[in-house]
Design a protein around this ligand. Structure first.
Ligand SMILES: O=C([O-])CC(=O)C(=O)O
Ligand SMILES: [Mg+2]
Length: 603
């Protein structure tokens, strides 16, 4: 029962009632809560302020004495959090510390992550989130997310009704089919849904109460997880075919029935065939988005636009080799096609310089298992199995790695890129760090510092011959928070691909000339919140201008409109009201009647 909703009249009787119950010996814990209905606010991370509750608030809430008498400002609390974070001996323990803060004290958590984003991002997101996913069962403490298992088929609505916040406007859903470069992670994938939604608030400024991370637990084919006694998911082989697809259909249908047809539904880390299939099926039916295809696609195109700004070589004249033919490679290649089409290049011309290289070698007419979305890049040429031989033959100036295979861009590959071009561009997009195709250090070292480099996971700056290089993090975290912000604020109807072109151009524009001159392809992570806001405004403007929004009339000033919706990281002056009606103002006293009239009235 939610005691916040009790009528205040009832609450005012609660203390004498409690005394009476004690006297007749029927006092219990539940009654204690009735007597102090606001006490639980201290236990609810959405409202708790810890030592920042003022003395007046403590008195009002009946929590005086339940904490030491000091009153801290949020800055004092940030200081304490920083000291605690720095004192932890490992990344995973820093993650565990921050999760505890998240559970008990959300506003402080988000302020900490936002204001310390350079050191917090690698903890709440890639690469540490990879370890979090791998050890999810071992470290499980509390679920702040919704698990829907295959056994819940037909009853998803009941589960959604159990969700604590009613105003959900965005959902991040995974089925754990392919998490980062780690493969099938089953129900452990909840770690990635949560990590993405943390960035919705920390970077996108979207209120956390509007967010629902979801894991569709349909079993796993990961034998190590099935054998792990601490695994928390369904111990069955991954369900495929109609049963699986019906579950996803039911999930989509129920989500919009429970939370409204403009609910933004973000697909994350589904295995490539499923990711492609569901995007195709739902893109124009729901307000949905696939981060691995469209978020990574928009990020990749922004990188290419900046490579073009640096080298002067037009994208239409650039040779691209994509290594890996999964969601990321196909998503980026697709965004490149959209860009070239917008520049008036006919489709046959646009695909001419774009090559795919998968686990079986260069994708040619002899290749099998090429997904439909990759078929247009098939080349009528002799198959080549060796990546270096492909680079020698085709001489690409842009090499994109989205394979999940750590170290595949070895010294020879990087040296070939450097031999063929003055400023080769190399992207090692796979996550976490151990799955990265090469490290930043390897990329700069083997190209004499000439490479334009981007990586999915962060790498520290590299110094070669006294020159310092700052590698850019080419991760979809530079796009999805802004995309979500725009879709939610503008109540998008659906998201056609043209939306993501706008996102790419805005992201590219947010990279300064100074950064480009230093060979850095993206804005710095410390500015990621500002970037998310700018991306959100540009995309929302596009949605409003192209009849893709459900908001009428369109706001006069989109920037101010979005600003007004952002989550405030500072404490409010007073506690949220525990009863939905404001306190009535004191009633004015009745004016005394003039004497004569009073006498009249008596008569
Ligand atoms: O989560 C990340 O860091 C980027 C991403 O979507 C993936 O690698 O699947
Ligand atoms: Mg992903």
């Amino acid at each position: 029962m939610d005691f916040r909703r009790l009528h205040p009249l009832f609450r005012s009787f609660s203390r004498p009632l409690l005394g009476f119950c004690r006297w007749i010996n029927i006092y219990d814990d539940e009654m204690a809560q009735i007597a102090r209905p606001d006490w639980h606010l201290m236990l609810d991370g959405r409202f708790n302020k810890g030592l920042a509750f003022t003395i007046e608030e403590r008195q009002r809430l009946g929590i005086m004495g339940l904490m030491p008498c000091s009153v801290r400002t949020i800055e004092d609390q940030m200081e304490a959090a920083r000291a605690n974070f720095d004192a932890r001996p490992s990344d995973i323990s820093r993650f565990t510390y921050l999760s505890a803060v998240h559970n008990r004290h959300q506003r402080l958590y988000f302020k900490f992550v936002r204001e310390n984003i350079e050191k917090a991002l690698p903890i709440v997101y890639t690469p540490t989130v990879g370890d979090v996913v791998a050890t999810y069962g071992l470290n499980f403490q509390q679920a702040t997310s919704l698990f829907i298992s295959i056994h819940d088929k037909g009853h998803i609505r009941d589960l959604m009704h159990n969700w604590i916040d009613e105003g959900v406007t965005a959902i991040c859903v995974t089925d754990g089919g392919r998490v980062l470069g780690l493969g099938d992670m089953g129900a452990n994938a909840m770690g990635i849904s949560l990590g993405k939604m943390i960035l919705y608030t920390a970077l996108g400024g979207i209120p956390p109460t509007a967010l629902m991370p979801v894991c569709l637990d349909v079993g796993t084919n990961n034998q190590a997880l099935l054998d792990d006694p601490l695994y928390v998911g369904a111990r069955i082989p991954r369900v495929k075919g109609p049963e699986y697809e019906e579950l996803v259909d039911e999930f989509m249908d129920t989500a919009v029935k429970c939370f409204g047809h403009t609910t933004f539904i973000h697909f994350e880390d589904f295995a490539t065939p499923n990711a492609l299939k569901f995007l195709d099926k739902y893109q124009y039916k729901y307000c949905c988005f696939n981060d691995d295809i469209q978020g990574t696609g928009a990020t990749g195109l922004a990188a290419f636009i900046n490579v073009e700004r640096i080298t002067g070589l037009k994208l239409e004249d650039t040779v691209f080799v994509f290594v890996g033919a999964g969601s990321a490679a196909l998503g980026i290649a697709n965004m490149l096609m959209i860009e070239l089409e917008e520049r008036g290049i006919p489709p046959e011309e646009a695909t001419k310089n774009v090559y795919l290289f998968d686990a079986n070698g260069l994708v040619t007419c002899e290749s099998t298992d090429v997904p439909d979305q990759g078929k247009r890049y098939i080349k009528p040429m002799e198959p080549i199995k060796e990546l270096n031989a492909v680079l020698e033959k085709l001489k690409p100036s842009v090499l994109v790695g989205a394979t999940g295979v750590g170290g595949i861009f070895n010294e020879q590959i990087l040296k070939t890129m450097a031999k063929n071009h003055e400023r080769p561009a190399v992207f090692a997009l796979s996550n976490p760090t151990t799955n990265s195709e090469c490290t930043a250090e390897q990329a700069y070292t083997h190209t004499e510092g000439r490479v334009l480099f981007g990586s999915g996971s962060p790498f520290p700056p590299v110094v070669i011959n006294g020159k310092r290089f700052t590698p850019a993090q080419a991760n979809n975290c530079l796009t999805f928070p802004g995309i979500a912000l725009a879709a939610i604020c503008a109540k998008a109807k659906y998201l056609p691909n043209s939306v993501f072109s706008v996102v790419s151009h805005e992201l590219a524009k947010n990279t300064t000339q100074e950064q480009l001159d230093a060979g850095t392809l993206f804005p710095a992570i410390k500015d990621a919140h500002e970037v998310a806001f700018n991306v959100g405004v540009a995309m929302a403007q596009y949605l409003f201008d192209n009849d893709l929004s459900n908001i009428y009339p369109k706001p006069d000033n989109v920037c101010e409109f979005i600003k007004a919706s952002l989550y405030n990281l500072d404490y409010r002056n007073s506690m949220p009201t525990t009863w939905p009606y404001p306190k009535e103002p004191p009633r004015p006293k009745a004016k005394p009647l003039p004497k004569a009239k009073e006498d009249e009235a008596k008569k």
